[in-house]
Write a protein that binds this ligand. Sequence first.
Ligand SMILES: [Zn+2]
Ligand SMILES: [Zn+2]
Length: 129
Amino acid sequence: MASRNTVQQRVIAQQLMELGNHPTADEVYRAVRRQLPSVSKATVYRTLNKLVHLGEATCVIAGLGAERFDHRTDEHCHVVCMKCGTVQDVSEGVFNDGVDHADAAAACGYEIVGHDLVFEGICPACQRA
Ligand SMILES: [Zn+2]
Ligand SMILES: [Zn+2]
């Protein structure tokens, strides 16, 4: 029988996938609670971070807003709306060539393992408003 932790982790990963568009931990918590009414906010937060460490999710830090979680783990760019805080994917591959890990390594002395590119702008809905 699956342990309670395994069940929680599976439900949380599944809700992250279904919510799709870069939910905050709070949004994941509200969705998970519908299936697991007794789950605590701390458990959801801890499990989301565990999924990130396991490489089964990624964490997007967009501007000054809350951390967002992403079920996609391939390298892709994000754009954040400065008005409403929406975070979306930018079509993949288009901008990755402009980021040179060797240049970054030379500049800071780190061994570079990845990068996170976040564009900032005003989303179409906010432009219309
Ligand atoms: Zn917006
Ligand atoms: Zn994404």
